[in-house]
Design a protein around this ligand. Structure first.
Ligand code: SAM
Ligand code: DTB
Ligand code: SF4
Length: 326
């Protein structure tokens, strides 16, 4: 079994549409070959700048143009963020991801503050991740120098469906940021959302783009849409767990070494349903009762799930990427 970057859409379609139990079995086999299936990484998210975003992502409660219950909040202070990171570490997280409702990073005092946050979180021995919108190569370099370990920037869906979901930026903009992150030698985190009204062909298209990048993203989040009142996608029907399982299993088979993250949508899933996702190759979750702005299962509930399923939290910095200087 080798790592491939030349998957064809036909091959991916065949994998995605195979009988679901066969698909899970194959993904579980790949997972065991490349990873320790008893380990699941626990990550914590913090929204460091909330709401008021100029973009029009149809799924997002933080876009200024939609009327949601999200309260706008300017960038948090460095100390407050570091207190949160400390608490996340104490509760067992090994990765701390800071999200900002920005279209792109600007070279201003807010960016300087984020660089301080990155330095502080890195010093605690956590994998530091940020998701701040578009980045230039120079900004990516500055983040790397501050100790950033990973950058999250999702493709969200296929290139073909992208325009239906977002009009204020292009798929190519997204790919360019991913390239800038890669060039700066920061670990890449990129995945998408299902349940936005896309076809299975769109899901396959997104998996194709991700799995044929020159290097696979080290981390691939699979989100189920959390429909938020006030957003254009508020009335979307929930996806079935089998669709999450298909997506996770396909990602696992295509990108054997990547961390596949069972991200948004866990709040609606039972332990049994999440167990299927872990069997299919998911090996990371976001813990804490809030994602960025929407609810997530309670920490104690997750701890109980880990016990029942005999899962253990994965240590930080296990991937080959260099550990940043502290
Ligand atoms: N503003 C930056 C950006 O868009 O890249 C970073 C923050 S943004 C909230 C990070 C990701 O959260 C989005 O790319 C999207 O995949 C996910 N997301 C946002 N709203 C969501 C929702 N309602 N359901 C599921 N995922 C969502
Ligand atoms: C990702 O793919 N999922 C996380 C993280 N990356 C930043 C965010 C999910 C956000 C869900 C909506 C919210 O809580 O605002
Ligand atoms: Fe803004 Fe990011 Fe939300 Fe899009 S997903 S509206 S860019 S915060």
């Amino acid at each position: 079994m080798e790592i491939r970057n030349d998957w064809t859409t036909e091959e991916i379609s065949e994998i995605y549409h195979s009988p679901v139990l066969e698909l899970i079995y194959r993904a579980a086999t790949v997972h065991r070959k490349f990873n320790d299936p008893s380990e699941v990484q626990v990550c914590t998210l913090l929204s460091v700048k909330t709401g008021g975003c100029p973009e029009d992502c149809s799924y997002c409660p933080q876009a200024a143009r939609y009327h949601t219950d999200v309260e706008v909040h300017k960038l948090l202070e460095v100390d407050e963020v570091l207190d949160n990171a400390k608490a996340a570490k104490e509760s067992g997280s090994t990765r701390f991801c800071m999200g900002a409702a920005w279209r792109e990073v600007r070279d201003n005092s807010d960016f300087d503050k984020v660089l301080e946050m990155v330095k502080g979180v890195n010093r605690m021995g956590l994998e530091v991740c940020c998701t701040l919108g578009m980045l230039t190569e120079d900004q990516a370099k500055k983040l790397k120098e501050a100790g950033l370990y990973a950058y999250n920037h999702n493709l969200d869906t296929s290139e073909a469906f992208y325009d239906e979901i977002i009009s204020t930026r292009t798929y190519d903009d997204r790919l360019e940021t991913l390239e800038n992150v890669r060039t700066a030698k920061i670990s890449v985190c990129s995945g998408g959302i299902i349940g936005m009204g896309e076809t299975t062909q769109d899901r396959i298209g997104m998996l194709h783009t991700l799995s044929t990048l020159p290097e696979h993203p080290e981390s691939v989040p699979v989100n189920a849409l959390v429909p938020v009142p006030g957003t254009p996608l508020e009335d979307q029907e929930n996806v079935s767990v089998w669709e999450m399982v298909r997506m996770i299993a396909s990602a696992r088979i295509l990108m054997p070494k990547s961390m596949v993250r069972l991200s948004a949508g866990r709040i609606r899933m039972t332990t049994e349903e999440q167990a299927l996702c872990f069997l299919a190759g998911a090996n990371s979750i976001f813990a804490g009762d809030k994602l960025l702005t929407t609810p997530n299962p309670e920490v104690n509930q997750d701890k109980a799930m880990f016990q029942v399923l005999n899962l253990k939290p994965r240590e930080s910095f296990k991937n080959k990427a260099a550990v940043p200087a502290m």
